[in-house]
Design a protein around this ligand. Sequence first.
Ligand code: SAH
Ligand code: SF4
Ligand code: F3S
Length: 449
Amino acid sequence: MLNQNIGQGEGVYISTYGCQMNVNDTERMLSLLEMVNFVPVETPEKASLIIINSCSVREKPVHKVHSEAGKYQKMKEKNPRLRIGVGGCVAQQEKQKLLKDVPVLDFVFGTDAIDKLPEIVAQAYELQPNGYPQKVVSARFENEKPYSVETLVRNPGVSTFVNIMKGCDNFCTFCVVPFTRGRERSRTMKEILTDLNALAARGVKEVTLLGQNVNSYESDCSANFATLLKTIAEDTKIERIRYTTSHPKDFDQELVDISAKYRSKICDYIHLPAQSGNTEVLKRMNRGYSREEYLAKVKMIRDGIPGVILTTDLIVGFPGETEEQFEDTVSLIREVRYDNIYAFKYSPRPFTKAAKYEDQVPEDEKQRRLAKLLEVQREIAFELAKDYENITTDVLIEGPAREEGLYQGRTTQNKIVYFKDGTTDMIGKTMPFKITSAFPNVLRGEFAH
Ligand code: SAH
Ligand code: SF4
Ligand code: F3S
C-alpha cells in the first residue's frame, strides 16, 4: 500500500509548457498528488515538490528545462526536502539522459507514467544508504488497448478538457509527437460517457475533447469520431462540444453531417492544421493531402456548416521551402480567410526525418517569412472581426474576466466576449448578447434583453 501522506501537507508547484494535453495532464498530476497530501501552491518558493511539465514540439525545449531547473538549485540548498522532477514530452524524449544532463533533477517521468506519479515521488523521497535521495526514471510507453484514463479535475468550472485518445501514428516528417506520445490509442466510448455524465453533474456545460488526432478516434466497438460526437450530443447533458486537433486527411463528410445535425451542441469552430499551402512541401511533410485536397475539405466543411469558423497551424521555412512555395502558404490564408492562425518557424526535432534534410532554411529567412505571414493574417483578422459587430449571439458565461470589473463568456465560435454588470448566478448560463465592438481576439457586448 502506498503511503497516503507522502506530501505531509507541503506544497507542490507545476509549471506547464505545450499543448492542452499537457494542461490537462498537469491537472491530473495535481489531483493525484492531492490524494497523497500535497497542497498545490502558486509559486515555486512555497513548494517542496516542483514539476516541470515539458513540451518538445519546437525550439530548444531541453534548454528551457535546464534554465528553469537551474533557478531552483539555490532553493534546493536551503530546503533538503525539495524534490524536482520533469514530466511531459521532453522527459519522454530524453529519459535517463535528462537526469545526467540536469543534475538538480530527482526524477523524470514520461507521458504514460502520470498515474505512477505518487509512487515515483514516494521513491524520490527515500534516502539511499549513502544519505542521498534516490533518482527515479519512469518512461516506458504503456501500449495495451484500450487506453483507460478517468478524467481527474479538481474544479472543472463551466468548461473542461477530456482526453478521448492519445498518441499519433501519422509521422509527419517535422514532428516529434509520435515519439513522445507513442502510438494512437482510444478510450472506450463507455468510459468517456461515464466521465462526461459525472462532469455534467458537477456543473460542466462545455467540454473540449482532446487528442493528438481526435478524428482517428476508434472505440473498442469500432465507433468512429463522428459516432462519438453524435452519442455525446444525444446521451449526455453536456451543452457544448469542442475538440482539438483534427487532421484534414481524416475529416470526412460524415463528420460534417453530424456536426451540422447537432449544431446546437457541436461548436461552430474547427481547428484544421494545414501546415503549408504548397503541395510539394505537404508531400515532403508527409501530411497525406495536397493543397487542392485541403481546400476541398474546407469547402466541404463550409458548405455543410455555414458560418463555421476555421483556424489553422502553419510552418514556415520547412527544409527546402522556396520563396514561391512560401507564397503558396500566404495565398492559402488569403483564400481560406482563417479567423486565427498559429504560425511557427520550422524547428528541427530529434528522431524526425526532416531534421536530416539537407536544405535547411536560414533562421533570418524563417523569421522574415513568419513576420510576413502574421502581417497578412492581421489584416484578414481585422476585416473578419467587423462581421461580428452588431450581431446578437449566444454566449456561455464563464465568470469574471481578466479585465477589472468585467465578466466574460464565449460564443460557439470560441470568441471571447467581455461585458459589464456580470453576476455569479449568470455563470454556466447561455444568454444572448449584442456585440457592440469587435477585435480579432475579443468581442465586447451587452446582454440582449
Ligand atoms: N496533431 C496536430 C499537431 C500537434 S503539434 C496536427 O496534426 O495538426 C502542434 C503544431 O506544432 C503543429 O500543427 C505544427 O504546426 C507545429 N509543429 C510541430 N512540429 C514542429 C516543428 N518541428 N517545427 C515547427 N512547428 C512544429
Ligand atoms: Fe505531429 Fe503530424 Fe501527428 Fe500532428 S498528425 S501530432 S503534426 S505527426
Ligand atoms: Fe508539446 Fe508534447 Fe503537446 S511535444 S505540443 S506537450 S504533445
